[in-house]
Design a protein around this ligand. Structure first.
Ligand code: PSU
Ligand code: MN
Length: 301
């Protein structure tokens, strides 16, 4: 615990009573979706976590405080402020906190704050990874390094092929992060259920997932675990349509010389522009699906 951390009373009570808690990120709110769908989705996600027997803890930095558990007003604030909220990864924490500023937490930072609060399970949409062309740019998301060091289980829908999925899997293997396919042997690619890459292990129930993560924690191996949960069939996108949009977005980013922390938000926004509302609708559905699974796993832990 430290002076910067502020756990909401509800989340604090749940943790004290040993009730299941699920962390949720805020970059997806401020940078991942337009207002007001972002706020609506964030509120629905919390509801889904509750319906599946856990307490939601949406995580963000507000006024320099590391918050675990936000009020509806705080979620509305982050959603409305949108891109004006700093996207906060591990390296951004010191200055944001010292200056008393706001930050939308990425997967990496959400894991950090969840771990500080004692929360073990986290649901999101997609994680950052090794970008295409990283052999030249060295653009590798801090999310991967965080998975290597911080003991939080992350439920996602795989990774978008804005990334080099093969290199992302290699990196996770090197760092000792287990990549689990929930009910699948194949790594899902966010909008689609298939990527052409295999996962390390297929597990089929929340019990099995919880047992593996419990073993990891008890052996004190360090680092997290990645559970990749395929988007439900009825919401998945046509791979040709989405892959074409992704290729176009990557080409545009290269042409404009987009770098650093701008790369991922730029690509996500471009994909949304190209595919219209279709990708947003899929995105919302897969987040709901992940929230439900994370709540069930937290219940088993
Ligand atoms: N990928 C997605 N959706 C997202 C993100 C990534 O498909 O919303 C966000 C997450 O918050 C993730 C962050 O942690 O972007 C990674 O950014 P970067 O690649 O700059 O590390
Ligand atoms: Mn990057």
């Amino acid at each position: 615990m430290n002076n910067y951390l502020e756990i909401s009373p509800e989340v604090q009570a749940a943790l004290a009573e040993g009730k299941p808690v699920v962390a949720l990120e805020s970059t997806i709110i401020s940078h991942g979706m337009p207002y007001p769908q972002n706020v609506e989705t964030a509120m629905n996600v919390e509801q889904i976590v509750r319906q599946n027997g856990a307490v939601p803890a949406t995580i963000a930095i507000i006024g320099g405080k590391l918050k675990a558990g936000l009020s509806a007003d705080e979620i509305e604030y982050l959603g409305k402020k949108g891109y004006a909220v700093t996207k906060a990864s591990r390296r951004d924490l010191p200055v944001l906190v010292a200056r008393g500023e706001d930050g939308a937490t990425t997967v990496a930072t959400t894991m950090i704050i969840a771990a500080m609060a004692g929360i073990k399970v986290f649901a999101t949409g997609g994680i950052g990874g090794v970008h295409r062309g990283a052999e030249v740019t060295m653009d590798i998301s801090a999310d991967l390094e965080e998975l290597a060091r911080t003991p939080v289980l992350v439920v996602c829908a795989g990774a978008k092929s804005i990334l080099d999925l093969g290199l992302t899997l290699e990196y996770l293997e090197t760092k000792g992060v287990p990549v689990i396919g929930y009910g699948t042997e194949e790594l899902p690619a966010f909008y689609t259920r298939k990527s052409g890459f295999g996962v390390d292990y297929r597990l089929d129930t929340p019990e099995e997932v919880a047992a593996a993560f419990r073993a990891k924690l008890e052996m004190d191996l360090g680092g997290g675990m990645l559970v990749t949960n395929p988007i439900p069939e009825q919401y998945s996108m046509d791979p040709d349509v989405i892959n074409k949009a992704i290729d176009e977005a990557v080409a545009e980013a290269n042409a404009q010389g987009i770098r650093g922390k701008q790369t991922t938000p730029f690509l996500l926004a471009k994909i949304k522009d190209i595919t219209g509302g279709d990708s947003l609708a899929s995105n919302i559905r897969l987040v709901y699906n992940n929230a439900a699974l994370a709540a069930k796993v937290a219940g088993q832990l």
